[in-house]
Design a protein around this ligand. Sequence first.
Ligand code: UD1
Length: 439
Amino acid sequence: MASNEEQYVIRGGKRLEGEVVIAGAKNAALGILAAAVMTDDKVTIENVPYVSDTRTLLKAIENIGASVKYLDKHTVEICGKGIREGQPVDDEYIRRIRASYYLIGALLGKHKYANVALPGGCDIGSRPIDLHIKGFEKLGAKTEIVSGGSIIAQAEELHGAHIYLDTVSVGATINIMMAAALSPGKTTIENAAKEPHIVDVANFLNTMGANIKGAGTDVIRVRGVDKLHGAEYSIIPDQIEAGTFMAMTVATRGNVLIKNVIPKHLEAISSKLVEMGAHVIEYDDSVRVMADGILKSTHIKTLPYPGFPTDMQAQMAAILALADGTSIVTESIFENRFRYVAELARMGAKIRVEGNSAIITGIKKYNGATLKASDLRAGAALVIAALSANGVSTIQDIQYIKRGYEDFDEKVSSLGGMMKLAKTEQDVQRNKLEMASNL
Ligand code: UD1
């Protein structure tokens, strides 16, 4: 059975309690794993989340000649020496992940030539890469889209440049920073994105010998160096996985200690949960989330960091749908990020989408239903809703969810939630019966 036939079977109603350890940040890992091939030396990366997006990217860099060795489940040793210059990056998997675009910046910087299949990823609206291309061209590259849907970026020589990003873009900031690290001269990226994973990729590049200053502010300055060298590096915790468990705890009126996090990165999420009536206690590298009783409505607008992350929009809507009163969620980064609304409606949610806002009228409880994940974070929102619902739900198309959540069912189960990964239809039916008889 193909993996996209797997389903989650979830019985709602259990309060989540206990401790959960958050994995490394997927979006930082994707930048860092791509950047790792920019040196011919060996690089060891720790805290790599074991999710399908990182495994797909690692397969792609292995396919072009890099050596990739898992030292343990979360530690990967990469050596980019064997990469064949000019080799196109293209396989049936790489087109499915958005972050394949990081190989353009990494290979352009290293070899002055990159030929990479155009990115896929979650269908959450138009996701152009014009800003990435504009940046590469300013650094001296010529780019063309060739038949078959790949992009070629190449240069005789790269050079530092002054680059202003018209829109704050995480991907363009990281990609340009990577290519600029090996472009002689001084590059300034203005209106840069400030997400924690931008700082993480910059720190990693600096550990490899790059000279990047200002990551985490909106002006990043890069002094190009001749070459990068080997390094050991540990990836920051995943802010969105942490936020998802925080929302899930609130949905089930639970009490969970969420470990291996950087509380500062969670501030936008924590403050919204507190507005809703939850308690969030911050420790050095963990947060405790507790909720009971009635949740209060609130309004959320997604914005670039340090604003509220678009990658938590769906999960928050799933709990606002259970809050007393009317909440408005405004999506200002992507166009098509309300596809989960129709699924939540099948569980009883009252949500109306108007333009880029969702107007949510709280209900008391969801009812279990047969659901489909439309993208990664939409899928996470359905898991949250199902864990707090009356009865049993099944979620199909969980290949999207597995892109970004490591051992999701196991982590939820360890907190007392009833969530099983079913590999076959028979498995689904068996789990449904078992869970229903437990009602
Ligand atoms: C990254 C994250 C994704 C997150 C998003 C916003 C990865 C692999 N993915 O996606 O999880 O939801 O940041 O925090 O890290 N844009 C352009 N032209 C471009 C690039 C972007 O117009 O060349 C626009 C996009 O359409 C979007 C906005 O800029 O409206 C922000 O996108 P961007 O920050 O680039 O998102 P991604 O890097 O694709």
